[in-house]
Design a protein around this ligand. Structure first.
Ligand SMILES: NC(=O)c1ccc[n+]([C@@H]2O[C@H](COP(=O)([O-])OP(=O)(O)OC[C@H]3O[C@@H](n4cnc5c(N)ncnc54)[C@H](OP(=O)(O)O)[C@@H]3O)[C@@H](O)[C@H]2O)c1
Length: 292
């Protein structure tokens, strides 16, 4: 089996470079080798690589920048994904792709299931939903994993930003009325490999699956937990967890609207693969260990 990993340098892509290795011949590409806004280059790569499985870990993930550059987000998150889906459909390849809690409006009072109605509230969310729709419309073989609040030791993310700010500033204000499951790129990459293996032996069906760690918290809860753990590990920080001030979304205005409820119900994937998703704290502890 030949696997083409597109987006090798992102948080998830970096971890996939390790977890996909045992599945077959792995070819990995970053933006330097393939700019996804160049559709001719993308088609040429797809044709020349002739992979059995295409794993797309790349995305336009600058949520706020996308508000002023929706065309740029659409090019990477929808048009390029549509081309991958068309290739997969015509060559009987499997497309593995990632999407987001931002396809929902965040108004539901319970965790979202895969069949809940989508209603993206931001340019990024619309572009990611357009990518999902392109895959569904193509009727290609596909596994689409919606995840949330991704972090990793590689690349920029909320936890690393909070640790940096807690080392520089005397106080921190963090939004406390948005809820989700912080999810490690390690978990996403591990489960992706398990899912591809299961799909290949006919034990997993095509479709959209929610893939996050277990549990939930707010951004304030996540920052507090990470800072408390980092201090316990001896990192020199000026702000203690108890000093982080919880603030409402309205007190921290950003260009893109965020869902209040980002919680995703993972039972469909957990039961299909017979998995027990670990708690988000397990991976935050791992991250702090790696950073300290
Ligand atoms: N991050 C989150 O909190 C989050 C939450 C929910 C869902 N997701 C989804 O999960 C998936 C993985 O996210 P992630 O956090 O790993 O993303 P990431 O760290 O931002 O990585 C995205 C990768 O895509 C590449 N890329 C962007 N535009 C490109 C272009 N025009 N041509 C080629 N490559 C391009 C980037 O290249 P450069 O390194 O050169 O910029 C980067 O390596 C994405 O589908 C994302 O939408 C993420």
């Amino acid at each position: 089996m030949k696997i083409l990993l597109i987006g090798k340098n992102g948080q998830v892509g970096h971890e996939l470079q390790r977890t996909l290795l045992p599945l077959g011949e792995l070819v990995v590409l970053g933006r330097d080798a393939l700019d996804l806004s160049d559709s001719a280059a993308l088609n040429q790569v797809l044709e020349s690589q002739a992979a059995d499985v295409i794993v797309n870990a790349s995305a336009y993930t600058a949520v706020d920048r996308a508000e002023a550059d929706e065309a740029g987000a659409m090019a990477v998150n929808a048009a390029a994904v549509s081309a991958m889906a068309a290739y997969a459909r015509s060559h009987d390849a499997l497309l593995v792709h990632y999407s987001t809690d931002y396809v929902f409006d965040g108004d539901k009072q319970a965790p979202y299931i895969e069949d809940d109605a989508t209603a993206p509230q931001s340019a990024y969310g619309r572009s990611k939903r357009a990518g999902e729709e392109a895959i569904l419309a193509s009727a290609c073989k596909a596994l689409v994993f919606r995840t949330s609040w991704v972090f990793s030791v590689h690349g920029g993310n909320f936890i690393k930003t909070m640790l940096r700010l807690a080392g520089e500033r005397d106080s921190l204000n963090v939004v406390a009325d948005q809820f989700g499951a912080p999810t490690s790129a390690e978990l996403i990459a591990d489960v992706t490999a398990l899912a591809i293996a299961a799909y290949r032996r006919g034990a997993l069906a095509d479709g959209i699956y929610h893939l996050t760690a277990a549990g939930e918290t707010s951004w304030h809860g996540l920052a507090s937990y990470a800072i408390e753990r980092a201090q316990a590990r001896g990192l020199a920080l000026k702000v203690a967890a108890a000093q982080i001030k919880p603030i409402p979304t309205e007190a921290y205005p950003l260009p893109a609207r965020r869902p209040r409820n980002s919680r995703l119900d993972t039972s469909k994937l957990s039961s299909a693969l017979d998995l027990q998703m670990p708690a988000w704290q397990v991976y935050v502890d791992r991250l702090i260990d790696q950073l300290s």
